[in-house]
Design a protein around this ligand. Sequence first.
Ligand SMILES: Cc1cc2nc3c(=O)[nH]c(=O)nc-3n(C[C@H](O)[C@H](O)[C@H](O)COP(=O)(O)O)c2cc1C
Length: 378
Amino acid sequence: MEIEIDDGAEQQQQPIPLLTPYKLGNFQLCHRIVLAPLTRMRSYDNIPQPHAILYYSQRATKGGLLIAEATVVSETGRGYPATPGIWTKEQVEAWKPIVDAVHAKGGIFFCQIWHAGRISNYSYQPNGQSPISSTDKQLTFKVQKNGVDDYKYPPPRRLRTEEIPEIVNEFRVAAINAIEAGFDGVEIHGAHGYIVEQFLKDQINDRTDEYGGSLENRCRFALEIVEAVSNAIGADRVGLRLSPFADYMESGDSNPAALGLYMAEALNKYGILYCHMVEPRMKTVGEKFECADTLLPMRNAFKGTFIVAGGYGREDGSEAVAKDNADLVAYGRLFLANPDLPKRFELNAPLNKYNRATFYIPDPVVGYTDYPFLETIA
Ligand SMILES: Cc1cc2nc3c(=O)[nH]c(=O)nc-3n(C[C@H](O)[C@H](O)[C@H](O)COP(=O)(O)O)c2cc1C
């Protein structure tokens, strides 16, 4: 007997490209909607807190990839209040129940490992010392204090050449600690003006040793971290986040397209799992500016999984996957405000609006775990 197929109905049942499965190295993803790393500043004394168990497990789905918030690799890496660390035993132990909760829901969880470099001040540094960086150039960003301009960030101390391996090693140890905590892998934070970008970008890096000057030299630090971390935990557990086009915290580059392409090609040597790039339209961390620049040359050059982030919604995220411009799409603000984002995308349901005022407050619930799920909206 012939069965009649209604093409229209079949068409409707096709999942949108974002909701199709994907093999991320050894991990079988059920969809392509990734939780972007989101600093939430609720980890008091740099210790991950029990309230993060609920926060991350709310956003976990079977076969969904979550990237944890920027997690500090060492005491000198701190630059903000209440960001989690992963350099002490206590921090590693505190991450364990959070990671377990994500795994219990079938999620895959990567830890973003991070050093703030010069985006820090004396109060976050051991013994009140100067923050460290590729440079001794101070950020020009000022705040008003008692009616006079006051620099928010003090001049950093330029790392000596022979000190650089110590920082590379901090990332390596942090990666080992992340695996000890149960994470499935790590994402090296090479974006948004922090220490890795302080080497990558020519607006900041003014070194004259082998870590400064040419593109090859400026990328050396990032690639040494990639190599050290890959050797320690396996390249199949390593991702790198880059934002060549961003100009966050005075971190512009005179030729971001060349920088992005150089890195994408250089990464192939290490065989890392993924490269996560922030779209050129995200000049800063949270604002979108349309522009003609594109990540396509980097997508085409890099042989592993390519994740894009920055200003995506349901339609253009699906389009990016359908056109093969990206394998996975990371969502920041929408996932922050919609714990059930994959479900909402599946149903094409309305989205909760994010509240910028509660992004970084220390409250363990408000703006953190109290965004409603679809079922709870009457
Ligand atoms: C509250 C907040 C915290 C963020 N924290 C981080 C972070 O820890 N690490 C990082 O690489 N990017 C961070 N970002 C950038 C996001 O990962 C993402 O790239 C950005 O929000 C753009 O994506 P979206 O348009 O989907 O929000 C943060 C953004 C926001 C809004």
